[in-house]
Design a protein around this ligand. Sequence first.
Ligand code: CDP
Length: 208
Amino acid sequence: MPLIIAIDGPAAAGKGTLARRIAAHLNLAYLDTGLIYRAVGMKAQREGLEPVKAAQMLTPGDLKAPDLRSEAGGQAASKVASIPAVRAELLEFQRRFAEHPPTPAVGAVLDGRDIGTVVCPNAGIKLFITASDEARAGRRHKELLERGESSIYARVLEEMQARDERDRNRSVAPLVPAPDAVVLDTTLLTADAAFEAALRIIADRTHA
Ligand code: CDP
C-alpha cells in the first residue's frame, strides 16, 4: 500500500506550500486538486462550456492556463466545484493518482477540500490546515503582489470568505475536517514551523 497523505483546509491556508515540501522530503508524488477545479472553471468560462462537459474535456494543457492561480480562477473553481456531477467526473483520476502514484514516488500527497473525507478516506495521514481569515488573506495578498498582480487586501479577504462560505455549505463534499484528521492552525507559524509541525505529526502517525 502506498503512503497517502491527505491535506485539506480553507483557501490560502498554506496547503500547497506544505504539501510540496512534504512530498519532496518523503519522495512522494504531489497532486494539487484545487488546480484541477480551477482549470475546469476557467475552461468552462473561456470556451462557453457547460461545467460537466469542461470536466470531461479537460486536457493537460488546460492545467497550464496562465490565469488559474488568480482570484477569478478561485471563484470559477468554487462555483463548478459545488456541482456534484463535476466532482464525480474528477474523482477517479484523483483516486488513481493516490493509489498508483507515478514512479519513482513511494506514495502521494494530495491537497484540496475533500481528500480526507471523500477522495482518500483511507489515507494513512490526514492533515487539516487552517489559519485565521486575516492571516490567510494577508498571505494571499502578499503572494499576488509578489507575482506582480494588483491586489487589494480588503477585497482578497472578502472574496476568500465568500469562497470558503460556498465551500463549507455545499451539499456535496463540503469543506470539513475528516473525523480522524489532525488540525494544524498555522496562524502564528512561519512556513518552516508549519513544515516541522507537519513532519512531527506524520512521524508520530507512521511509527505508531
Ligand atoms: O489555493 P486555494 O486554497 O485558495 O484554493 P485551491 O485549493 O486551488 O481550490 C480552489 C477551489 O477549488 C476551492 O475554493 C474549492 O471550491 C475547489 N476545490 C474543491 O472543491 N475540492 C478540492 N479537492 C480542491 C479544490
